[in-house]
Ligand binder design. Structure first.
Ligand code: SDX
Length: 435
C-alpha cells in the first residue's frame, strides 16, 4: 500500500462484549470512495468480515482501471473509455493497459510488430485441437487450449523472470485471436487459417474466422474497425469476477497461461461474459415485440432475468453500452441491414425497462453485453463464439492485472476466511450404531 494512500482519518470498531476498541486507518485513492484498511481486524479484535459477493470489499490496490458506477464513468490509466473508443485503437489500448502510458510512435510500431510476430501457434496445437469433439462449445475448447499453452510455451512460465512474464503477455494477447478462430474453424470442419502479418489485429481475427484457403478474402474495413472498437470496449474492467479469478490464481504463483485459463472459465458464466450469448437466447425466446410486455412482467415476477441488464458497479448507464449501441447502428448500416428485428426488440426492451419502476428503483441499465451480440451476429459471428470474443479482448486486462499483481511487493496468496455454520464438534459413530 503506497504511503500517499494514508489519510489522518480512522474508523473505530469496538467489541461491545469486551469493550476493546481498535482504530483502522482510512485510505484514499486518486478517485473513488475511501477504503477502510481492516488488515489488523483479526489480530486486533479476533473478528473476520462477512461480505459474500465482495459487495463492500476492495481486494487490491490497482493503477489500471477506474470506474465510478454512479456516474457511469470508466477510465483506463486516466483516459475515458469514450475517448479511447473514438480516437485510439485496440493495440494502443493494450499497450496503455500493460505499460501505463500511451505509446510513442516508435513504441507503437515495435509493440504491433511484436504482437504480430507472435500470432502463430505451435504447430503441434493443431493436433491438440483434434482431441476435442467438433460440437464442443468453443469456450470449453478455449479453456482447454489456453491452459495447455503452458505445455507448449514452457519457456515463458517462470513468473520470477520479468522478461518471461513479458513474453507470456505478448504470446497471450497475440495468440488469442488465432486460438479463437481455430475453435470456430474446428467446429465447422474448415481448415485452420494461418494469421497474416500484413493485417492488423482485428482484421487478422476476421480473416482467420471467415477466409478459406481456396479463395481470396478481403476484410471489410468498417467491420474490422467495429471489431477493433468492440475489443477496446471489453479490454479491462477492474476487479470483475474473471479478473479476480485471474488474480487469485496468480497469487498462488501459478503460471500466466493457467491463470488466464482460469479467467476464461470464470468469464463463461451467464452472469458475466456469457451474458452476450444469453441476450440473444433471450431475444430469440421472446420472439416478437408483442411478447415483450409479458416477458418484462416475468422478469418483475422473478421468473426471468433481463440478460444484458444490471451491473454490480454501474448504477447508471454502462458507458460501454452507449458506444456499443452506436456501433451497432454503424455496422447494420454498412451491411445494409435496414430491418433487424433483434435490434428493434432490444431498443424497445431498453425503452420499456428504462421507464419501468422495477428497473428504475433497482437502477438496472443496459450493460456492455446488451448490444454486442446483435453486432456480432450481424457480422456473421455465431452466437456460441460471442463469449470467446469477450475472452480475446479481455486477455490484455487479465494479463495487465496479473502483471501488476506479480510485480507488487505486498502481494500475498489470496485466502479469504468464512463464517462457519456447519455441525458443532461431535463424536464419530461406528457404522453399526448409525441410524
Ligand atoms: C459483465 O463486473 C464487471 O465488471 C463485469 C463486466 C466486465 O466488463 O467485466 O462488466 C461484464 O459481466 C456484465 C454483466 C453481464 N451479466 C448480465 O447481463 C446478466 C444479467 N445481470 C444480472 O445477473 C446482474 O445484474 C449482475 C450479475 C450483472 C449483477 O448482480 P448484482 O450486483 O449481484 O445484483 P443483484 O443480483 O443483487 O440484484 C439487485 C436487484 C435484485 O432484485 P431484488 O432482490 O432487490 O428485488 O436487481 C435485480 C435482482 O433480482 N436484478 C435484475 C437483474 N439484475 C439485477 N432483475 C432483472 N434482470 C436483471 N438483469
Amino acid at each position: 500500500m503506497p504511503a500517499d494512500s494514508k489519510t489522518n482519518e480512522t474508523v473505530s470498531i469496538t467489541d461491545n462484549t469486551t469493550g476493546k476498541k481498535v482504530d483502522f486507518p482510512l485510505l484514499t485513492g486518486t478517485e473513488g470512495p475511501k477504503v477502510i484498511d481492516i488488515r489488523t481486524l483479526y489480530s486486533g479484535l479476533g473478528f473476520f468480515t462477512y461480505d459474500p459477493g465482495y459487495t463492500s470489499t476492495g481486494s487490491t490496490e490497482s493503477k489500471i482501471t477506474y470506474i465510478d458506477g454512479d456516474a457511469g464513468i470508466l477510465r483506463h490509466r486516466g483516459y475515458s473509455i469514450e475517448e479511447l473508443a473514438e480516437k485510439s485503437d485496440y493495440m494502443e489500448t493494450c499497450y496503455l493497459l500493460l505499460h501505463g502510458e500511451l505509446p510513442t510512435a516508435a513504441q507503437k510500431e515495435d509493440f504491433e510488430s511484436t504482437i504480430t510476430r507472435h500470432t502463430m501457434v505451435h504447430d503441434q496445437m493443431n493436433n491438440f485441437f483434434r482431441g476435442f469433439r467438433r460440437d464442443a462449445h468453443p469456450m470449453a475448447v478455449m479453456c482447454g487450449v489456453v491452459g495447455a499453452m503452458a505445455a507448449f510455451y514452457h519457456d515463458s512460465t517462470d513468473i520470477t523472470d520479468p522478461h518471461q512474464r513479458l513474453v507470456a503477455s505478448h504470446r497471450l494477447i497475440a495468440k488469442m485471436p488465432t486460438i479463437a478462430a481455430m475453435t470456430y474453424k474446428y467446429s465447422i470442419g474448415q481448415p485452420f487459417m494461418y494469421p497474416r502479418n500484413d493485417l492488423d489485429y482485428a482484421e487478422n481475427f476476421l480473416y482467420m474466422m471467415f477466409a478459406v484457403p481456396c479463395e481470396a478474402y478481403k476484410v471489410n474495413p468498417v467491420l474490422s474497425k467495429a471489431m477493433d472498437r468492440i475489443f477496446i470496449l471489453h479490454a479491462d474492467h477492474e476487479q470483475n469476477a474473471s479478473t479476480s479469478t485471474v488474480r487469485l490464481a496468480g497469487s498462488t504463483g501459478a503460471n500466466p497461461f493457467a491463470c488466464i485459463a482460469a479467467g476464461i472459465a470464470s468469464l463463461w458464466g451467464p452472469a458475466h461474459g456469457g451474458a452476450n450469448e444469453a441476450v440473444l437466447a433471450m431475444l430469440g425466446k421472446i420472439g416478437t415485440k408483442d411478447n415483450i410486455p409479458a416477458f418484462i412482467q416475468k422478469v418483475k415476477d422473478k421468473e426471468e432475468m433481463l440478460m444484458g441488464f444490471g451491473h454490480r458497479v454501474y448504477k447508471n448507464y454502462d458507458p460501454r453500452a452507449k458506444i456499443m449501441a452506436r456501433t451497432c447502428h454503424e455496422v447494420l448500416s454498412e451491411l445494409n441491414i435496414k430491418d433487424e428485428p433483434l435490434l428493434d426488440m432490444a431498443i424497445e426492451m431498453e425503452q420499456i425497462a428504462l421507464n419501468d419502476k422495477y428497473f428504475v428503483d433497482r437502477k438496472l441499465y443496459p450493460n456492455v453485453d446488451f448490444y454486442s451480440g446483435i453486432i456480432l451476429k450481424a457480422m456473421g459471428i455465431p452466437v456460441s463464439m460471442f463469449t470467446v470474443l469477450f475472452a480475446v479482448a479481455r486477455t490484455v486486462g487479465w494479463i495487465a492485472q496479473w502483471s501488476e499483481l506479480i510485480a507488487d511487493p505486498a502481494q500475498k496468496i489470496g485466502r479469504p476466511r468464512q463464517l462457519y455454520t456447519g455441525a458443532a464438534p461431535r463424536n464419530y459413530a461406528p457404522l453399526h450404531l448409525r441410524k
